[in-house]
Design a protein around this ligand. Structure first.
Ligand SMILES: C[S@@+](CC[C@H](N)C(=O)[O-])C[C@H]1O[C@@H](n2cnc3c(N)ncnc32)[C@H](O)[C@@H]1O
Length: 212
């Protein structure tokens, strides 16, 4: 898998991390927080959260959950740590400053695998998404679930054309985020079985899915 960007602690990354929650607040309030809540009520047992960012999901895990939250950006983690210090989480949450390609993540996988892997707004950013999806399959225990919320490629025109045109610039501004990934299709093509799914939002297409 290609290495993650090494700029995760530079000035720009700190700026992005600082403004991430305020920028997202409108979207969170209008629909995203509800979708997160609906998704994470299915999270149980030993959980890997990939790219936990500022820790926006932490308060949504049940108290019995044991979460390993991996996040390569020290700048994002600063805010995630703050949430934990403020007692926002009910679950046991361990933070690891690492991307999924880091060998420390592999070492931390429970012998029988994770019960759940949570990816919210991170599959748009992971380099080598198809390889990452294969890793998730290996890291889940049999019957384990992958829980996903993601913005995805628009199938309508001219939106699809626009997404493709903007992405080369956007991915630099938004630290690797691709607007035009067919993430739902890639997950299904990789052999994951859909347990439940939903497509939502009129302007930017979003995908919500539970896979086994
Ligand atoms: C758009 S943010 C989403 C944060 C959070 N998951 C949410 O739902 O708001 C994408 C996150 O993915 C992280 N990320 C980027 N490359 C990664 C990698 N290789 N492994 C794990 N996380 C990664 C970024 O540092 C960033 O915090």
């Amino acid at each position: 898998m290609p290495p993650i960007c090494s700029h995760t602690n530079n000035f720009y990354s700190r700026l992005v991390a600082h403004f991430y929650d305020p920028i997202m607040r409108g979207v969170e309030n209008s629909f995203l927080e509800t979708k997160r809540r609906q998704l994470l009520q299915h999270a149980h047992g030993r959980i890997l959260e990939v790219g936990a960012g500022t820790g926006v999901n932490f308060h949504l895990y049940a108290s019995q959950a044991q979460v390993l939250a991996v996040e390569p950006s020290g700048a994002m983690l600063k805010y995630a740590r703050r949430r934990l210090a403020q007692g926002e989480a009910h679950a046991h949450i361990e933070l690891l400053e690492a991307g999924i390609e880091d060998s420390r993540v592999k070492t931390a996988i429970p012998e029988s695998g994770f019960d759940c892997i949570v990816c919210t707004l991170v599959l748009c950013t992971l380099p080598g998404l198809e390889d990452a999806i294969q890793l998730f399959r290996q890291w889940l225990k049999p019957g384990g679930q992958l829980l996903v919320i993601e913005h995805i490629r628009d199938t309508r025109q001219p939106q699809r054309w626009l997404q493709r045109a903007i992405t080369p610039v956007w991915k630099h501004l938004a630290e690797g985020c691709h607007l035009d990934r067919p993430t739902d299709e890639l997950l299904k093509a990789a052999g994951f079985r859909v347990v439940k799914e939903a497509y939502f939002h009129r302007w930017v297409p979003f995908y919500w899915g539970i896979f086994e």
